[in-house]
Structure formats: structure tokens, C-alpha cells
Design a protein around this ligand. Structure first.
Ligand SMILES: [Zn+2]
Length: 352
């Protein structure tokens, strides 16, 4: 493995206990809320910090579309732009690009409709240069994720492209480092769909190139449960390699993946559910704050929660905010759900 991924501390399984980045050491396991367009919707940085959030995941494709990575670079980089002092991870956006209408893919990369008439090109090199302009602490290589119904040949081709692009990302980052740029940690993404042999080959080829961590690519949930391939990749990757469960979002799936060895997670689920009034409890169950039973409740919606929202307001107030559709309700519910996730990864850290 290439430095500078410094691994300090370990669980009984010798899994990484923290990840040293240019903006501080990230304690693992860690849940990174998705700040896709440079914001965790409705939340300011101090809301996130108060909820126990240490790092965020942004999306390079979405930020390239608006406001543009040049604009962010001119503002002093993404940390200065969005007022976030902790580690920032930047996904390539390859996964999102392939779900967009009119997306095209070749061995050189992907292209999607950009602002105006111009197409936006996602090549490995351009993706790395955009991640450098953002000032990301953790950069994800461009990868090729085929559709769920893809056949074996399509998955084999996606592995070939994913490895090809990952190697190009590694080369581009090395070139930037040689010219004096501060370079982020680089994570590659493991593809291969439901085929263990393809997953194994992808892991082997990526490890041979050398990355600071690996992400699980594809669809991690199958039939309402964690896909077998999530476990397979954890078995195939050496214990010292930090594993990121891209898109693993429910508390149950997160705990299962943490027990399997995954150490970083990101998902829109807790904040999206919050904006719909769905508040989580530590046991994974949830309640709807819109429910009439909360209309006169003086206690918090979730007993024993130490989040800033639950400590300051009765459930009846959140219920009222959702009834009148005020943005403060979305904000308080998001703070609550992220606090539940912070406690969950802390608990996972103790338990595994
Ligand atoms: Zn709470």
C-alpha cells in the first residue's frame, strides 16, 4: 500500500482504527453524510460537528456541473468554500453519471450533458484534476458500474475499465505530487457485480497498483439485506486496507458491514429520511414525527437522545414544524438522525 494512509490502532481483526488525512485524523469506523453538491441539505458546519460528524462526502460530478471546480478553486478550495474544517472525501460521480439520461461510456471515460450545450467529460485524469481543485482529502477513482441486470460479460468489461481508470488516476495523482501539489489519499472502487471471481480479480489488480483504501462498488443491498459480495470483498481485501461501503445506509446494513470489516460509510438515507420526518432510534427502528401522537408530547420524539435538537425541543414542536412545512423541522430532524449514526459507528467501533 502506498503512504500516506497511516493506520494507527486496530480492532481484534487488525482493521484500521483511524485514517490520517490533510485535515486531521479520522476515527474509524466513520459515517460521512453526503454533501453531494457541497452541502448537507439544511445543515451548517456547526450543526454537523455538534451531531458528531467528522467528515463529509461530496460528489465531484455534481460540483463540476455547479458551481464548477474552477469557481471553488478560486474561492480557496472546497473547505473554505463550504466552511468545513474536517476531512472531505470526493466521489468521482461515475456512478451518478451512468444513471443520467444520455450518458456515454468508452474506455476513455464517461460523458454526460453539462451546463448548456457542452458535454461534461469524466475521464480518470480530469476527475483527479477536479478533485485536486476541490482540495479533497480522500479522492475516489473513476469507476464503471454496470446496470444491475448486466450479464457476466458486461461485469467483466466494467472490471477491466475500472482497473484501467484506477491506474490512470494513480498516474495522474503521482504526476501532480511530483509537481508539488498536495495530494489526497486515493481510494479505488471494486466492481464485479455478483461474481466472486470478478470481484477477486478486481481486488487483486487494484492492490497491485496500490491504493490507500478500497470502496465497495455496485449495489450493496439485495432483497432488503446486505449483498453477499459486500462480505466477499471484505474477505478478499487484506485487513490493513481501509474499506469504504459506498452507499451502505440503513443502520442494520451499516452495523453488519462494520462487523465484516468496513470502516467508512456514506449515504443520503439518514438526511433524506429526516427531511420526510422519519426519525431514527438507536435500535434501527424509526418513527414519523408527523404522527398525531407527537402533537402534544413534551418529551423528545426519541427517548434518551443526546442530540442538540432533542435536548432543546419537545417532540410537539418538531411535529408542528413539519405540519407547517418549515425548514427548521428538516434541519432539526437531520441533526437528530446524524447523531444517531454517529452513536452507531461509535458503538460499532467498540463492538467489532
Ligand atoms: Zn435526537
Amino acid at each position: 500500500m502506498s503512504s500516506p494512509a497511516t493506520i494507527v490502532g486496530s480492532s481484534a481483526e487488525a482493521r484500521p482504527g483511524r485514517l490520517v488525512t490533510a485535515h486531521g485524523a479520522l476515527r474509524l469506523p466513520a459515517f460521512l453524510p453526503d454533501a453531494t453538491r457541497g452541502v448537507v441539505r439544511t445543515l451548517a458546519p456547526n450543526d454537523l460537528t455538534a451531531a458528531g460528524v467528522e467528515a463529509l462526502m461530496v460528489n465531484c460530478l455534481h460540483l463540476a456541473r455547479a458551481p464548477g471546480t474552477q469557481t471553488i478553486a478560486r474561492a480557496g478550495g472546497l473547505h473554505a468554500f463550504m466552511g468545513w474544517r474536517g476531512p472531505l472525501a470526493a466521489d468521482s460521480g461515475g456512478f451518478q453519471a451512468l444513471s443520467m439520461a444520455g450518458a456515454r461510456v468508452t474506455d476513455r471515460g464517461l460523458s454526460v450533458a453539462g451546463a448548456g450545450a457542452a458535454r461534461l467529460h469524466l475521464t480518470p485524469e480530469r476527475t483527479v484534476r477536479r478533485q485536486l481543485r476541490l482540495g479533497a482529502d480522500i479522492a475516489f477513482c473513476l469507476d464503471h458500474c454496470p446496470r444491475p441486470a448486466a450479464d457476466y460479460a458486461a461485469h467483466r468489461q466494467s472490471v477491466r475499465r475500472t482497473v484501467l481508470w484506477a491506474a490512470a488516476c494513480r498516474t495522474e495523482l503521482a504526476r501532480a505530487g511530483e509537481s508539488g501539489a498536495a495530494v489526497p489519499l486515493l481510494f479505488a472502487v471494486v466492481q464485479g457485480g455478483p461474481h466472486r471471481d470478478l470481484r477477486a480479480g478486481c481486488v487483486e489488480e487494484l492492490l497491485a497498483i496500490g491504493f490507500d483504501g478500497l470502496g465497495f462498488g455496485g449495489w450493496p443491498i439485495a432483497g432488503g439485506r446486505l449483498d453477499d459480495m459486500v462480505h466477499a470483498v471484505a474477505e478478499l481485501a487484506p485487513a490493513e486496507v481501509p474499506l469504504h461501503g459506498l452507499g451502505i445506509g440503513s443502520l442494520g446494513a451499516l452495523r453488519e458491514a462494520a462487523a465484516a470489516g468496513y470502516r467508512l460509510f456514506d449515504c443520503v438515507l439518514p438526511t433524506r429520511d429526516a427531511r420526510h420526518g422519519r426519525l431514527y432510534a438507536d435500535d434501527g427502528r424509526s418513527v414519523s414525527i408527523r404522527d398525531e401522537r407527537f402533537a402534544r408530547r413534551r418529551e423528545p420524539a426519541v427517548d434518551g437522545c443526546d442530540c442538540t435538537a432533542c435536548r432543546a425541543f419537545p417532540a410537539a414542536y418538531l411535529h408542528h414544524l413539519f405540519r407547517i412545512g418549515d425548514a427548521l423541522g428538516h434541519r432539526l430532524a437531520s441533526i437528530h438522525n446524524l447523531r444517531v449514526y454517529s452513536r452507531a459507528v461509535g458503538a460499532a467501533g467498540v463492538a467489532v
